[in-house]
Design a protein around this ligand. Structure first.
Ligand code: NAD
Ligand code: ZN
Length: 354
């Protein structure tokens, strides 16, 4: 983190006034270090600390950021530094995109999710009562500074949930990464050097490669939604904030793997049966996260309805991301409802794995 100002200068930003948006947890743990680093190089950063949690991706908090930024005085050259997880990154990113029609944005991601996913790819935004992430902009950051040491202060549950997204990257697009995770998931979850930083870097590279050339989600970027059509439905029916996003995605990936196997077989696989190769291997990797989320208390018909209202649904029938093999994801359209129901039944039987 000490290198942030210098890296910003190398990215073409001039030392001077800067906005720093963070949340209370991250401010307590890491803001001081960043402010010191700025102080050593004649920057004049002004921090704004928002409440932690998804509730800050709201119109109210967005409006607060606008009032504050316009109140302290900014020019088109004033950079916005987003220090935090995906919530801060999405909120501050959207503020940067819209203030004076765009201020330079620097992402300093402090969660696993943010380092391998949300800080990359340029999606910014806030939530609306109608749904998540419905107001936003594609706005690439000028610079992303990822320091894996910042992750050491995260709750273990947050690290685990972030690792679900890393597994996802391996499963849809990177067989060697998936193989390394089979061996080294424990070291990754324990944030052990040097294995953890290597895996974090390579998982981030998967996302960066997929989104470059597909910034607006027309093609390959959709692969990153593996496990998410199921996962979003779980989050919605459970009630947002009740379980971590990555926990829902882990369970969603197990359902998606069952669905992948059904599609390959050409008929719905029995929920009681073990998955065939290579899906069993992928499923074991997700199970090894030991996330305890289950579908207990969530009814399948409700989950089916929630899934159909997902904003990423295709116009014609149900669209899912499935695997042909480990490392080879694809879009499947018009998936038979019976296969989806069988996948839910499988997820209900096995849970996320903990
Ligand atoms: N823009 C995208 O492409 C994209 C992709 C994936 C997810 N997202 C969004 O990201 C958000 C989830 O992000 P998240 O999982 O990072 O959640 P988050 O930002 O809410 O962070 C999780 C918790 O960890 C705390 N925290 C952050 N860094 C910490 C640290 N280093 N030490 C201790 N505590 C720390 C936060 O205060 C918070 O309580 C969702 O809103 C989701 O929609 C966006
Ligand atoms: Zn996700």
């Amino acid at each position: 983190m000490a290198k942030v100002p210098e890296l910003a200068e190398r990215a073409g930003l001039d030392p001077g006034p800067a906005l720093v948006v963070t949340d209370e947890h991250v401010a307590d743990l890491h803001l001081g270090e960043l402010m010191e680093a700025f102080g050593a190089r004649s920057w004049k950063p002004r921090p704004l600390v928002v409440a932690p949690g998804e509730a800050s991706k709201s119109m109210d908090t967005y409006s607060l950021v606008m009032d504050w930024a316009l109140g302290v005085g900014i020019t088109r050259q004033t950079p916005v530094f987003a220090l935090g997880g995906g919530v801060v990154g999405d909120l501050a990113g959207f503020a940067a995109a819209t203030l004076l029609r765009g201020l330079p944005l620097v992402q300093i991601p402090t969660t696993v999710v943010a380092q391998v996913d949300s800080a990359l790819g340029g999606k910014t935004g806030i939530n609306h009562g109608v749904g998540k992430n419905l107001i936003g902009a594609f706005y690439p950051p000028r610079l992303v500074v990822s320091d894996w040491g910042l992750l050491r202060t995260l709750f273990r549950s947050e690290v685990r949930a972030g690792c679900a997204e890393i597994i996802k990257h391996g499963l849809v697009a990177d067989r060697p990464l998936a193989t390394r995770l089979q061996r080294d998931l424990g070291s990754l979850m324990g944030l052990r050097d040097p294995i953890a930083p290597e895996l974090l870097r390579d998982a981030a590279a998967v996302k960066a490669t997929i989104v470059s050339g597909d910034e607006r989600e027309a093609g390959r970027r959709a692969l990153l939604n593996f496990g998410h059509t199921f996962g979003h439905a779980i989050e919605k029916v459970a009630g947002y904030g009740r379980i971590l996003h990555g926990e829902a995605v882990a369970l969603g990936m197990r359902a998606a793997l069952h669905l992948s196997a059904s599609l390959k077989a050409g008929s719905p696989l029995a929920p009681e049966a073990d998955l065939p190769a290579p899906f069993a291997e992928a499923d074991a990797l997700v199970r090894d996260l030991r996330i305890r989320t289950t579908l207990d208390g969530l009814e399948t018909p409700e989950l089916m309805v929630a899934m159909q209202s997902d904003k990423k649904r295709a116009a014609a029938g149900l669209r899912f991301i499935v695997l042909d093999d480990i490392g080879a994801g694809r879009v499947a359209d018009g998936v038979p409802v019976e296969m989806v129901e069988a996948a839910w039944a499988y997820a209900r039987r096995v849970g996320a794995g903990g």
